[in-house]
Design a protein. Structure first.
Ligand SMILES: Nc1ncnc2c1ncn2[C@@H]1O[C@H](COP(=O)(O)OP(=O)(O)OP(=O)(O)O)[C@@H](O)[C@H]1O
Ligand SMILES: Nc1ncnc2c1ncn2[C@@H]1O[C@H](COP(=O)(O)OP(=O)(O)OP(=O)(O)O)[C@@H](O)[C@H]1O
Ligand SMILES: [Mg+2]
Ligand SMILES: [Mg+2]
Lengths: 529, 351, 327, 313, 350
């Protein structure tokens, strides 16, 4: 192989090495609908129809679809498929392929990771167009059906007996790269000469080693053997940026890390208690100690800033003013009839404000954050007992509602609506003991539901903002969850060997390599120096 | 069975008796041979009796003692103690009772003391188990008493010693003292004095006789020292290659030995005061106890061997009351010819 | 002969019991593979994906536990290990067999080396009880073995690979290599194995040293050792054939067991060095509730350990006539 | 731990009279004390362990800071105020190290001791009693030998809600005893036919008594080695479990300190002492035990005990 | 100290069963003022106290004495096999012209077994429990240069037969042998080569008289053929009387009498020796109660003032309680008793 080695010399030869703790060895399967391997597949070999950029308020860039159009009261979406795009085996990419892909997901719900067929009625090919008919107005679903769908070549996948377990070890895609070699330790990608954007990608070889743990991955970055990183690096100044002026990082926030409250558990179902919790926590301190300040403190409105700053209703936020205020927390509780016991913990009717908070033991930053929260709440007379578990046990508990408090986050989307819907939509929840897809706190309010449903029917930005403002009010009034810090994209880059990086000034895509299909945008922008 | 029972005074049952006691060992690797360590042994020990067990080295004496002490389980046969089969002793109390009445002194004093414990520990444990009536103080004085009896002085110093600090003979006496401390009925003593010098040996032998006379203790005294056997024992049993070949009152056996092996044995007994009679150095064939088959096991070395000796295993036959031997030639029994048992036995040695 | 049959019988019984535990234990863990996948890709997967994953991994197919159990036993016997969830959709056999040689090579060799070196040091230290050697080496090695070995691995990695580029920074071989049986590749594999091997080696010698030394000291005061001296045997002969051979039995048993455990690899070392073995895979299987992978790895471990123990039982009987049953 | 049972209490110094008392003062404990003090290495080990015990018992006397309080400037180097500097969370590192002693010592010693006791009981009983008992106990041992630790702790932690110390200790014992049991069984097998055991049986000793007072003392050194092994295993495994997040990182122990240090890349990110100190402490604890081991040569083997040379009066 | 003349290396060609003519020049062994103490809590116990002993080639010396008087210790110190807490506190052992006490390990190894072999008292423990008899024999032979398998086997079988053990037992393990058999195996092992000196510590205590006697006859024959010297510790006076050339009587670590055998039996001089000879019962004579020697052996760590034997001696005087006797030479006999010292107690000779 004309492959470069992973030594620092690699950069000179124009190869990019990615350092990202994958947690396991590579499987060498490339089925883009297999969630275990999408990270090494999508964006390299498979592409979306439209690229939606979260960091630019959901700005849509036509990609494999050259155009799209909503019609019929936002119930029908028509994609016009780009001409001249070829699969890497030389066959043209057609609307038939795209329609086939949608219908493949319908036939195999195991591949329908975003449950698009829960809102889709049918998908048909009409010439160069693919027409998606929804059961009802589904504007926000655009993100899932346009950005989170990767068309497959029908001539190959139609022959596959079980596409769910199909390994796709010789992936045929339309993307900028070809998978040229895969071992458990490393995947080598080489540029796809037939890529539909002539001259791209500029980086001809990409090495993607599998790191099972953080330290070597970090080391690889710090020593310049990798030029693109996507992980948490403690004390990044000492560890990374101080090593070279070319080393930079940017951690753009994209979602909230929140304290989830099981609203079915007394006395957490009482607003005062939730408010006291919200007042009693010093979020900047949680951010500073738990997260090295990488993850900025969140606000109770649930709007991630600065990413979605334009959506935030600042006046509303300051009206409720959930900034750290221990005295207020105490006075609220006292007003509600809680009395402090000899141990300093508030109690009413003999029931102490003492809660367990579940957490994932492997996420040391969260564990640290919860320790901060614990000591702060102790001062306002609320006792927290952290229970750390494995990720799976944690999810099991939170999905099924078997917890009191939990430290967790949910995926966001290209607008605040996506996360707020996850948090507040009662259709997403489930009774205790049944797994809920989101809305783990079991929040249910018909008015809120109506707002959320209304959002789906409109493409008007103004209306959308109005709805989100009202959803913020719900967050502030009801305090169903308490956002703590903001989940960020982990992203380190070395300007010494490549240019064209995502920067705060030019946020053309989410920069973390595991963000799909944003990774393709990044790879296409990079140029060897 | 025949002879053995007759040897016991009719007035009381024997203290201990065995019937057909047999013990085989499997030796060797995969092919495996059976070693007949003890075969069909009938013996009795009366109350207040010292029985000496003599015989060739490797003839199974220690095995007998171990069988009687219930170290080994017999391959077949039965041991009866005071009218009860010992195999019926299942409960701990019964077993403990038997063990305290019938203690054993081991042949090898070097391996029978736990190297990690002091002599005091050994004594203390025995007393604790078998003399529950004693308190701490009583146990100590009893331990000192028996050690003193065994000639280990000063007993308090000996108690504090570890086995490795004692000489062979000293360890041997510790073993004997332990057995005495139980207040036994029957001591199974496997060569208890072999490593003692004559003067201490005499002391111990005197202890044995006085135990018998004063406390009615019986003793199975396994030894190679014929003279000491004679000095203390009432009866002698002679073993050869797993078989009991002769038994009878001590003086009778020593003075009128019936079995050719007994004669050989006695002829070899040295008298330190006399010159060595240089007889032919008779090492003979070592006894064949590995898959021995039928026949007298002494026949290869026997000057009197006949055809029948190779075919039929001789049984013990009484020659005179209480004195029996297993030999086709000197005590022909019903097995060999039709001659009635123990009648008119000629004693070739007597001529 | 009878002894062998009897032991074999118990071997089978033990194996069955272990297989059953290996079946039950993973299923007692909270959650299921789909959930595990969800938490693995937290934030990258929409909550809706859970349903898709449950279908993909067959979480909700309503098979009774008993049916599952019997098909598991059957599949185990016939070598059908199923599909891994962690490495979905790879078959477990492929995953395991591609990783196992790395572990066997790395951990196997180091285990043997550690045992040999440790036993040797222990023997010598006991022989020279009270000497400098005895005073320094065993405590030193034990102290080193008291270091958590991922910690040591980290230090070693930092010093030898990161600060001074003397050795590669982990992995089983250079990423640019093709797996082949040639000198270049073998050399590369060796250079990658040195650091992890070194760490395993120095952290595991201590245990062997200690057992061997302590046992040997008890043995050395036995009469037969004195006798061996009287016979004028060379010190080496006394040390090894007389004292050593009597003292080594517990260590040998330990060795057999460790050989069995080679299959389970050195989890954290592999983790730190991103070594492509089964040790870290095992941890992942557990974390991902990958029943099939877990069961298969445990099966391998179980069989290897039990077989080693069984062999050791026979060897003990061979080496120590006193352990043989009498009568 | 096993030692206390092994050396019989019944035989106090009073039992054997004045001569004995004069010779070996203090009986069993005297022997242990003398062995510990007569050997410089063992004494050093004892001092280390006692030091740790002291820290475990009275951490507050040594460290004056609250170990958990995140109140200082994070990531400071050693200084007068903070002997070892501070963690990335602004905790006083010295206080953390000191306060962690209790938990680490507790886990190590209790898991090590319990596992050893279990190995001794099972291993030696199997070997000594033999027959079916041996077969069954060996079977059980083998099963535990291969019980996988990780899933077990996940399961137990899930059912007990929190992988706290008792759970951790229980898991360490469950997965840690069988190894030693196997080794002890082999060793005991070679003792089984020794005459002194036969003698003890004939004396009428109960089986458990033979196992504990007759066999064990002769195997003390192996048992000590196994105890050391089990303890080290407990320390290292506990730290390992905590390291991968399966323990309870809330608690203060050297293992959890390593977890925190590791997760904050302390070695590389400017506070190396955070990682090195707990590692060193674990090793020092191991060293203490290892050095203590030298005393057991003499405790287990009376023939090796040194005697003070006193000239004849 | 004698000059360290190297021992002629045992030649491998010399078949062990072939008699090597020995030059009868000087003693094989000369023990000079040897003292050994055991260091115990109560101070040193003198188990061997200034023992002097010379052994001519081919001589058979019996050592008798009370149990615990230091016989085994003496043998061990001659063979340089003592382990702590025993310590040689004085004197030297000259074997084959070399001082054993000063020899290096390597020199010692060459001397051992080919030059001097040992039969230990603890026969069971002295055999390696995990090695078959065959292996242990082969070991000894290999250590001294004999590597031919057939030779080793033949010789092993030969020595076993010599001591009356079926060669089947070559493949037996020690625990499968009876007490007497183990002892004979040990003796056989000592006979593998034809050393110049064999130290035997109660080698026949577990043997029946037949085996004992034939064994001794064998040994004597071999001795006559090969000319090795023997130090023989025993309690069996008849063996002493029938087989030994010279007797050493020990009491409490000291040699109390040393004499050619016959004269000793005819007229023991030391009161202890006298007591010993009166203490054994007879097989044929009348059964008379015997008393042995009254009193108990002394504690070696706390010896009485004066003569060690004085508390038990029927003829002890005040002087005996005050003064330690020297070993007096009387012709070819030596005795340690004030009775025989010039100006003895009452001048009465036995
Ligand atoms: N555990 C055993 N395994 C195999 N064979 C044994 C065992 N114990 C004894 N034997 C054999 O049984 C026979 C009788 O042995 P035993 O110890 O009873 O003899 P003994 O009469 O006491 O001899 P000695 O006088 O020499 O002590 C011997 O041939 C011996 O080899
Ligand atoms: N390791 C030791 N420590 C202390 N004293 C010891 C030690 N070994 C032996 N002794 C003492 O030394 C004295 C001499 O022992 P030795 O074994 O030489 O006696 P022995 O003459 O061979 O006796 P026996 O005929 O009983 O074998 C004995 O009193 C014994 O108690
Ligand atoms: Mg015997
Ligand atoms: Mg002796």
């Amino acid at each position: 192989v004309a492959g470069a080695s992973v030594r620092p010399a690699a950069a000179a030869s124009g190869a990019l090495t990615i350092s990202n703790e994958s947690g396991s060895l590579w499987t060498c399967a490339f089925n883009p609908y297999n969630p275990a391997v999408t990270g090494t597949t999508v964006g390299f070999m498979y592409e979306p129809l439209v690229f939606v950029n979260t960091l630019q308020n959901g700005k849509a860039t036509p990609w494999l679809a050259s155009a799209y159009k909503w019609s019929d009261g936002n119930k029908v979406l028509t994609f016009t498929i780009r001409k001249g795009v070829k699969w890497s085996d030389g066959q043209p990419l057609t609307a038939a392929d795209v329609a086939f892909t949608y219908n493949l997901l319908k036939k195999n719900p195991a591949m329908d990771l975003n449950a698009i067929w829960s809102v889709l009625r049918s998908v048909t090919q009409q010439g160069d167009n693919v027409v998606l008919t929804f059961k009802s107005a589904a504007v926000p679903y655009f993100y899932y059906v346009a950005d989170q769908i990767w068309p497959l070549p029908e001539h190959i996948w139609a022959k596959v007996k079980n596409p769910v377990t199909f390994a796709d070890s010789n992936p045929v895609g339309s993307g900028p790269y070809l998978m040229s070699k895969c071992t458990g330790q490393n995947i080598t990608y080489t540029a796809n000469p037939g890529f539909w954007q002539k001259g791209r990608p500029y980086v001809k070889t990409v090495q993607y080693p599998a790191f099972t743990s953080n330290t070597p991955a970090n080391e690889e970055l710090a020593t310049g053997q990798a030029q693109l990183g996507a992980q948490f690096i403690p004390n990044i100044k000492a560890f990374y940026t101080s090593k070279s002026p070319n080393y930079h990082y940017w951690f753009p926030p994209i979602a909230n890390v929140s304290m989830f409250i099981n609203l079915t558990v007394a006395p957490l179902n009482q607003l005062v208690v939730r408010q006291a919790l919200a007042y009693g926590i010093d979020r900047p301190r949680v951010s500073a100690i738990g997260e090295y300040g990488y993850e900025p403190p969140a606000n109770q409105a649930g709007i991630v800033t600065p990413t979605f700053g334009s959506w935030l209703d600042k006046s509303l936020l300051s009206k409720y003013n959930y900034n750290y205020n221990p005295n207020k927390a105490i006075s609220i509780l006292e007003k509600a009839g809680y009395k402090r016991g000899s141990d300093g913990i508030f109690a009413k009717n003999g029931k102490e404000l003492s809660f367990s908070i579940i957490n994932v033991g492997g996420n040391s930053d969260w564990v640290a954050a919860v320790q901060v929260i614990q000591s702060e709440l102790q001062q306002v007379g609320i006792k927290l007992t952290p229970e750390n578990m494995t990720g799976t046990a944690f999810d099991n508990a939170i999905y099924n509602g078997k917890y009191q408090l939990a430290y967790n986050f949910e995926s966001g989307g290209p607008a605040p609506y996506y996360e707020l819907r996850q948090l507040l939509y009662s259709g997403n929840t489930a009774p205790i003991g049944k797994p809920a897809a989101s809305n783990y706190e079991r929040y249910s309010n018909p008015a809120t539901d109506a707002l959320i449903n209304q959002y789906a029917t409109t493409t008007s930005v103004a209306v959308q903002h109005n709805i989100v403002d009202q959803l913020q009010a719900v967050m502030l009034k009801d305090v169903p969850v308490i956002p703590m810090t903001e989940e960020v994209d982990w992203y380190q880059y070395d300007t010494g060997s490549f240019t064209g990086w995502v920067t705060p000034q030019n946020p053309y895509a989410q920069p973390a390599i595991y963000q799909l299909p944003d990774d393709e945008q990044l790879l296409l922008h990079l140029k060897p120096r | 069975m025949s002879g053995a029972d007759g040897a016991v005074p009719a007035t009381s049952g024997p203290l201990l008796a065995t019937r057909g006691l047999t013990r085989h060992f499997r030796i060797g690797g995969l092919r495996g041979h059976t070693l007949h360590a003890v075969d069909g042994l009938d013996l009795t020990i009366a109350e207040r009796e010292i029985v000496a067990l003599v015989g060739e080295s490797g003839s199974g004496k220690s095995t007998v003692a171990r069988l009687l002490a219930m170290v080994y389980r017999p391959t077949s046969g039965e041991i009866v103690f005071r009218g009860q089969s010992v195999s019926s002793f299942k409960r701990r109390r019964d077993l403990l009772g038997y063990r305290s009445q019938v203690p054993m002194v081991f042949q090898d004093p070097f391996s029978s003391l736990n190297p990690a414990h002091t002599i005091g520990y050994h004594m203390e444990r025995g007393l604790k188990l078998h003399r529950p009536e004693l308190d701490r103080e009583g146990r100590r004085s009893e331990a000192e008493r028996v050690l003193q009896l065994a000639g280990l002085v000063p007993p308090s110093a000996v108690l504090a010693k570890y086995p490795f600090e004692l000489s062979g003979g000293q360890r041997q006496r510790v073993g004997f003292a332990q057995a005495l401390s139980f207040k036994p009925k029957l001591v199974l003593a496997d060569e208890p004095v072999s490593m003692l010098d004559v003067s201490i040996r005499i002391g111990l032998l005197n202890v044995m006789t006085s135990l018998r006379d004063d406390q009615h203790v019986s003793l199975l005294y396994i030894t190679h020292d014929i003279a000491s056997a004679r000095y203390v024992s009432d009866r002698v049993l002679v073993m050869y290659a797993g078989h009991l070949v002769e038994h009878g009152p001590t003086d009778e056996v020593l003075h009128q030995p019936l079995h050719p092996y007994t004669r050989l044995l006695l002829s070899a007994v040295p008298d330190p005061r006399a010159e060595l009679k240089v007889t032919s150095s008779d090492l003979g064939e070592p006894p064949r106890v590995v898959g021995p088959g039928e026949g007298c096991r002494f026949r290869w070395r026997c000057p009197l061997a006949q055809d029948v000796c190779g075919r039929v295993t001789p049984r013990l036959q009484e020659a005179t009351p209480g004195h029996a031997a297993a030999c086709h030639v000197t005590v022909p029994g019903p097995a060999a010819g039709a001659a009635p048992a123990a009648q008119g036995a000629r004693l070739p040695g007597d001529a | 002969m009878q002894y062998a049959l009897r032991r074999l019988g118990f071997f089978v019984a033990t194996l069955w019991a272990c297989l059953t535990i290996n079946f039950v234990l993973p299923r007692l863990m909270p959650g299921n593979p789909a959930l595990a996948m969800m938490s693995r890709f937290k934030g990258r997967l929409n909550g809706q994906a859970l349903k898709a994953l449950e279908i993909a991994f067959g979480v909700n197919n309503k098979q009774s536990a008993l049916t599952q159990y019997f098909s598991y036993l059957g599949n185990t016997l016939t070598g059908h290990f199923g599909t891994s969830v962690t490495f979905f959709p790879d078959s477990v056999s492929r995953v395991v067999f591609s990783a196992l040689p790395w572990t066997l090579g790395l951990v196997g060799v180091t285990t043997v080396l550690a045992f040999l070196a440790g036993t040797l040091v222990g023997t010598t230290a006991a022989w020279k009880r009270g000497s400098m050697l005895d005073g320094v080496l065993p405590p030193l090695l034990v102290i080193i073995s008291a270091f958590p070995y991922y910690f040591l691995a980290m230090l070693v990695l930092l010093f030898f690979a990161v600060d001074h580029h003397w050795f590669p920074q982990g992995f089983g071989y250079a990423n640019t290599d093709t797996i082949a049986f040639n000198l270049h590749f073998i050399g590369d594999v060796l250079s990658h194995a040195i650091l992890p091997a070194f760490v395993i080696l120095i952290t595991s010698i201590g245990g062997w040293v200690l057992t061997m030394r302590n046992n040997m000291i008890s043995t050395l005061s036995e009469d037969y050792v004195r006798m061996a001296r009287a016979k004028g045997l060379s010190p080496a002969r006394i040390m090894f054939a007389y004292a050593g051979r009597n003292a080594v039995l517990p260590n040998l048993t330990g060795f057999a067991m460790s050989l069995g455990f080679v299959v389970s690899g050195a989890i954290l070392v592999e983790y730190v060095f991103s070594y492509p073995g089964v040790g870290y895979m095992l941890l992942q299987a557990v974390e991902n509730e990958d029943y099939a992978l877990m069961q298969t790895l445990f099966l391998f471990i179980t069989v290897a350990v039990l077989a080693a123990v069984l062999v050791m039982d026979f060897v003990t009987v061979l080496l120590d006539p006193r352990a043989r049953k009498q009568g | 731990m096993a030692m206390t049972t092994m050396l019989p209490q019944a035989q106090g110094p009073e039992t054997v009279g004045p001569a004995r008392a004069g010779r070996r003062r203090g009986g069993t404990w005297g022997v242990i004390a003398r062995s510990l003090l007569s050997n410089r290495k063992a004494t050093a080990g004892l001092v280390i362990l006692l030091g740790f015990c002291f820290l475990a018992a009275f951490p507050g006397l040594v460290a004056h800071d609250n170990p958990q309080a995140e109140v200082y400037l994070p990531g400071q180097g050693p200084s007068g105020a903070h002997l070892l500097g501070t963690t990335a969370y602004g905790q006083d590192l010295f206080a953390q190290v000191v306060y962690s002693t209790r938990e680490s010592l507790l886990i190590a010693v209790s898991a090590g001791a319990l596992a050893t006791v279990l190995s001794v009981v099972v291993g030696v009983t199997a070997a000594y009693v033999g027959g079916l008992v041996d077969d069954v106990l060996s079977l059980v041992t083998d099963i535990f030998l291969v019980i996988p630790a990780f899933p077990l702790i996940v399961v137990i932690a899930a059912y007990s809600k929190n992988a706290g110390d008792p759970v951790l200790i229980a898991v360490l014992v469950v997965v840690g005893w069988s190894y030693g049991a196997r080794q002890l069984r082999v060793q005991a097998l070679s003792l089984r036919n020794r005459d002194f055991l036969v003698a003890a049986r004939l004396r009428g000793e109960r089986t458990w008594r033979i196992i504990f007072s007759e066999i064990l003392p002769t195997m003390t050194s192996l048992i000590v080695a196994i105890f050391l092994g089990a303890t080290l295993y407990a320390i290292v495994t506990a730290a390992g479990l905590q390291f991968v997040g399966l323990g309870n990182p809330e608690t203060l122990s050297w293992g959890t300190m390593l977890y925190w240090a590791q997760n904050n890349e302390a070695l590389q990110a400017g506070s190396p002492l955070w990682a090195i100190m707990p590692g060193l402490c674990i090793a020092a604890l191991g060293a203490g035990f290892a050095l203590l081991n030298y005393a057991f040569d003499e405790i287990s083997n009376p023939a090796l005990r040194p005697v003070r040379r006193r000239r004849k009066p | 100290m004698s000059p360290q003349a190297p021992l002629p290396p045992p030649s491998a060609a010399e078949a062990p069963d072939v008699a090597a003519p020995r030059t009868a020049s000087g003693p094989v062994l000369s023990v000079q003022d040897l003292s050994v103490s055991y260091w115990g809590g109560a101070g040193p116990a003198r188990a061997v106290d200034q023992v002097n002993l010379e052994l001519a080639p081919g001589e058979f010396v019996a050592v008798v004495g009370e149990s615990g008087c230091g016989k085994s210790t003496l043998l061990f110190s001659i063979a340089k096999l003592l382990t702590p807490p025993a310590e040689v506190t004085g004197g030297q052992v000259v074997f084959g012209g070399q001082n054993m006490v000063a020899m290096t390990d390597k020199q010692l190894r060459a001397v051992r077994w080919r030059g001097m072999s040992v039969v230990m008292q603890s026969a069971m423990n002295a055999l390696n429990p995990v090695a078959s008899v065959r292996a242990q024999f082969a070991d000894a032979m290999k250590a001294h240069g004999e590597r031919r398998k057939d030779v080793v086997l033949a010789r092993s079988e030969e020595v076993l037969r010599m001591v009356g053990i079926d060669p089947v037992h070559l493949s037996s393990y020690p625990h499968q042998l009876s007490g007497g058999m183990r002892q004979r195996v040990m003796i056989a092992m000592a006979l593998l080569f034809s050393p110049e000196l064999i130290l035997m510590d109660e080698p026949t205590s577990a043997l029946d008289v037949v085996a004992q006697r034939s064994l001794m006859v064998q040994v004597k024959q071999l001795q006559a053929q090969l000319g090795f010297a023997i130090i023989f510790v025993t309690h069996d006076m008849s063996l002493v009387s029938h087989f030994s050339d010279r007797v050493v009587v020990m009491y409490a670590g000291q040699v109390v009498e040393q004499s050619p055998t016959r004269p000793l039996f005819d007229g023991p001089m030391h009161p202890y020796a006298q007591g010993l000879l009166e203490a054994f019962p007879s097989v044929y004579g009348p059964r008379v109660p015997l008393l042995g020697i009254p009193g108990n052996p002394p504690d070696l760590a706390q010896l009485p003032q004066g003569c060690n034997f004085n508390p038990r001696c029927p003829r002890a005087t005040d002087r005996c309680r005050a003064e330690s006797p020297r070993l007096v030479e009387l012709g070819d006999r030596r005795v340690r008793c004030l009775l025989y010292e010039p100006g003895g107690t009452d001048g009465a000779k036995p």
